[in-house]
Design a protein around this ligand. Structure first.
Ligand SMILES: O=C(O)[C@H]1O[C@H](OP(=O)(O)OP(=O)(O)OC[C@H]2O[C@@H](n3ccc(=O)[nH]c3=O)[C@H](O)[C@@H]2O)[C@H](O)[C@@H](O)[C@@H]1O
Length: 420
């Protein structure tokens, strides 16, 4: 019988729609046979040549251009894969689950820096982002005292993220390390809203320790020399328990950080969280806020503007000043050194009275400014000098930058910002 009659009969018996499925079934059978083809490369070559023919390109290059480029799939550079002799487009690729070794965990870490938009925090971020390991850095900051400008160079970098967040509230992140710096550190700032300062120290540390526990991250607390209060032992070693007024105007910060240290140790002892406690002594450098209120930034700003240097009290009280790059190196060493078992002072043991500091700043920045003696603030510690034996022994760290050199660098930055 002629083919036309067969067709008329088939439509009458099965209907037109069923008839259309026949070519699809035939095509499926062809594919199945091809899958069993022992000479897969041959079928592949046929497939490739058909692509080439369709594109009018004899060597297949133009046809390949139609494929989605493949990014990072276990060393492959093309955008097809061959299975059973058939080349399959990338978008139809099944998940690769067999015969591929799991990705090796490299030294690049996901690192959270709370308070990363602040003075020390932003310098720490710069250093972490610049390290050859290729770390990803996630800054968490509510911008109360910090500023996005301090991080301007990193916005748009795929290894950098910024989260505007108040650390007293819960936060979920997947990270390997947490540097917890978030808290106002200038007496002017922390005394402005003491209740919030205490909440930030305690609740903020509690939230971030909870996160460290959940994701098994190593946690570094930025504590402070202020936990020694008005010290009766000089210089201050980590073994000294301090002399703090629980009721004074500075207590919100001092006692807040002392409670934060206790909480950190308890999360370590009770929950097994890997912790580090850095007791940070007075730190200075470029990028300090012009309205920070601390002595070095006040004096450098005043000297540049030609104003009198405001020495509080008689200027005989002492501090030991650490340049910010030394501080950041110390923090990173502390975080990454194994076997640390207790707090570590990070600071520069070179001690100066505030009057001596004013003389250095006049010498380096502006010899023509005068001193203005103004009232002393309540509970101001009379002396402070870190004993850094532990940092030397445990971390192999000690500061390198002398005060005059550091103040020169800081003055360059302040001049630009003050004079524009
Ligand atoms: O810079 C820091 O890293 C430290 O700053 C403060 O501690 P404090 O030592 O009181 O810092 P300043 O406010 O810079 O005061 C240092 C001394 O300079 C004096 N001062 C301050 C400002 C000023 O204009 N003139 C002046 O004589 C103060 O009376 C004080 O004796 C914080 O409380 C610490 O947590 C922080 O670690």
């Amino acid at each position: 019988m002629e083919l036309g009659w067969w067709l008329v009969m088939a439509v009458a018996v099965f209907g037109a729609r069923a008839l259309l499925t026949v070519p699809l079934i035939v095509w499926g059978l062809v594919l199945a046979v091809a899958a069993l083809d022992p000479i897969g490369a041959q079928s592949n070559a046929v497939f490739q040549s058909r692509l080439s023919a369709n594109s009018g390109d004899s060597d297949g290059a133009a046809a390949k251009d139609n494929f989605r480029p493949l990014a990072a799939t276990v060393g492959r550079t093309d955008s097809t894969y061959v299975e059973g002799g058939i080349t399959i487009l990338d978008e139809h690729r099944p998940p690769i689950t067999q015969n591929v070794p799991p990705p090796q965990r490299g030294p690049a870490l996901r690192i959270c820096v709370t308070g990363g938009a602040g003075f020390i925090g932003s310098h720490l971020v710069d250093k972490l982002m610049s390290m050859e390991e290729g770390h990803t850095v996630i800054v968490v900051d509510n911008l109360f005292t910090g500023s996005k400008e301090n991080l301007a160079q990193w916005f748009g970098n795929p290894r950098f993220e910024f989260i505007r967040h108040d650390v007293t509230f819960p936060l979920n992140l997947e990270v390997d390390q947490i540097y917890h710096l978030a808290c106002p550190a200038s007496p002017v700032h922390y005394k402005w809203n003491p209740v919030k300062t205490l909440k930030t120290s305690f609740l903020g540390t509690m939230q971030m320790l909870g996160l460290a526990k959940r994701v098994k991250a190593r946690f570094l607390l930025a504590s402070t020399s202020e936990i020694y209060g008005d010290p009766l032992v000089h210089p201050q070693a980590e073994s000294y328990w301090g002399n703090v007024n629980t009721l004074g105007v500075r207590s919100c910060y001092d006692e807040g950080k002392r409670a934060a240290e206790t909480l950190t140790m308890d999360y370590h002892r009770q929950e097994g969280v890997e912790i580090r406690i850095a007791r940070i002594f007075n730190t200075y450098g470029p990028r300090m806020s012009l309205s920070d209120g601390r002595v070095v930034s006040n004096f450098v700003g005043q000297a540049i503007r030609g104003e009198k240097l405001t020495v509080q009290g008689n200027g005989q009280q002492s501090r030991s000043f650490c340049y910010v790059s030394d501080m950041v190196d110390g923090l990173i060493k502390l975080m990454n050194t194994e076997g640390i078992d207790g707090p570590v002072n990070i600071g520069n043991p070179n001690e100066f009275s505030i009057l001596e500091l004013s003389a250095i700043i006049r010498d380096v920045v502006n010899k023509n400014v005068e001193i203005d003696f103004v009232p002393q603030t309540q509970d101001d510690p009379k002396q402070r000098q870190p004993d850094i034996s532990r940092a030397k022994a445990w971390l192999g760290w000690e500061p390198k930058i002398q005060v005059a050199e550091g103040i020169k660098k800081m003055a360059t930055d302040f001049r630009t910002r003050i004079r524009g």
